[in-house]
Ligand binder design. Sequence first.
Ligand SMILES: NC(=O)C1=CN([C@@H]2O[C@H](COP(=O)(O)OP(=O)(O)OC[C@H]3O[C@@H](n4cnc5c(N)ncnc54)[C@H](OP(=O)(O)O)[C@@H]3O)[C@@H](O)[C@H]2O)C=CC1
Ligand SMILES: CC(=O)[C@@H](O)[C@H](O)COP(=O)(O)O
Ligand SMILES: [Mn+2]
Length: 379
Amino acid sequence: MKKITILGSTGSIGTQTLDVVASDPERYEIAGLSAGSNVELLIRQAKQFHPKIVCLATKELAEQARRELPASVRIVYGEEGLSEVAAGTDADTVVTAIVGSRGLPATLAAIEEGKTIALANKETLVTAGHIVMERAANKGVSILPVDSEHSAIFQCLNGEDRKSVRRITLTASGGSFRDKSRDELEGVTVEQALNHPNWSMGAKVTIDSATMANKGLEVIEAHWLFGAAYDQIDVLIHPESIVHSFVEFDDYSVIAQMGLPDMRVPIQYALTYPERRPSPAGRMDLAAIGKLHFRQMDFERYPCLKYAFEAGRAGGAAPTAFNAANEVAVARFLNGEISFLGIERVIETVLGKLTAAGADSLEAIAEVDAWAREAAANV
Ligand SMILES: NC(=O)C1=CN([C@@H]2O[C@H](COP(=O)(O)OP(=O)(O)OC[C@H]3O[C@@H](n4cnc5c(N)ncnc54)[C@H](OP(=O)(O)O)[C@@H]3O)[C@@H](O)[C@H]2O)C=CC1
Ligand SMILES: CC(=O)[C@@H](O)[C@H](O)COP(=O)(O)O
Ligand SMILES: [Mn+2]
């Protein structure tokens, strides 16, 4: 029996993780669940999966859950509650499926208690990759990727000598506006931006996908997860999202991981690794798919990816500022405050204002994060 806690169980990754769990009930037990504000869904999940502890974003929501759930279920709330859910149970694995860098303290709390991390929450690694990786290494904790590209690379590297890796290539669908020119992006709507061609995901990552900031976050995520230099990482547009990423080795062999775009595959692999199990996802039929396409990344078309590479290479506080500026810009776009192209302008402006700041400690990171959020709110 594998014991699992899910941070963000009511979201896209969270619900798909519970699908995986429900598909093989003998194998898994749910130790803890956390939601933001979707209390109704969290209550339903708790009644079905019987966690010992659940967390909601606020005290009021926690009180609402208290009225519905048996007294044996501990109910906590807020940032402290989230860390308690992450660290305070006998779970073996914590799936970090919360959105944004607010997932960082709970992820660190889980690492401190020696929990394996099944990492979907890429913003955590972008914000504080050096600290997360160092603490995980010190505790002997594995960080297993859930993000589809990183799961693909992890699978391609299985059993390989990391020193023989020449290049890691992340594939990118191109997002909801992949067939539009930059001129056509003026005036696109939130509804259009949320219409991802291949994946059904939460709002934030769907917008990130359309701006290509998602691939930027993923480049930095790959740098930390696989110890790859930025010059070794590149991005290729692949509209079908069938090849999830690939690795080129010294002998020019290329190993790719493929499958239908269904997050239940990488989620399950992170839960069963190193074993492979039957999956609730569908079988890929290449003959039916027929053709796969690839085209070179255009950094002028997708400047957010360029800013992410620059931030990653600059290191220090830059990735933290990139992530925070992007989180605020996406929220402002979703609220109708700025245009779609405003997102990249906010990021560019905030990074342009960043003075050489260090990010050696969590305190320094929190300061940069707060500064970048304020700067992004004021652009
Ligand atoms: N969706 C996907 O296919 C993929 C997602 N990822 C990454 O996984 C992470 C999650 O993405 P996704 O599942 O799409 O996101 P969703 O928006 O669908 O879900 C986010 C989860 O976080 C919770 N949450 C939001 N705000 C708060 C808060 N203030 N306090 C506590 N919990 C909160 C939400 O709770 P509630 O809904 O109850 O408010 C929900 O459970 C992101 O980092 C994303 O980049 C990576 C690869 C693929
Ligand atoms: C499913 C997943 O991993 C997302 O992070 C995905 O990467 C989004 O697709 P694109 O970024 O390729 O549009
Ligand atoms: Mn991804």
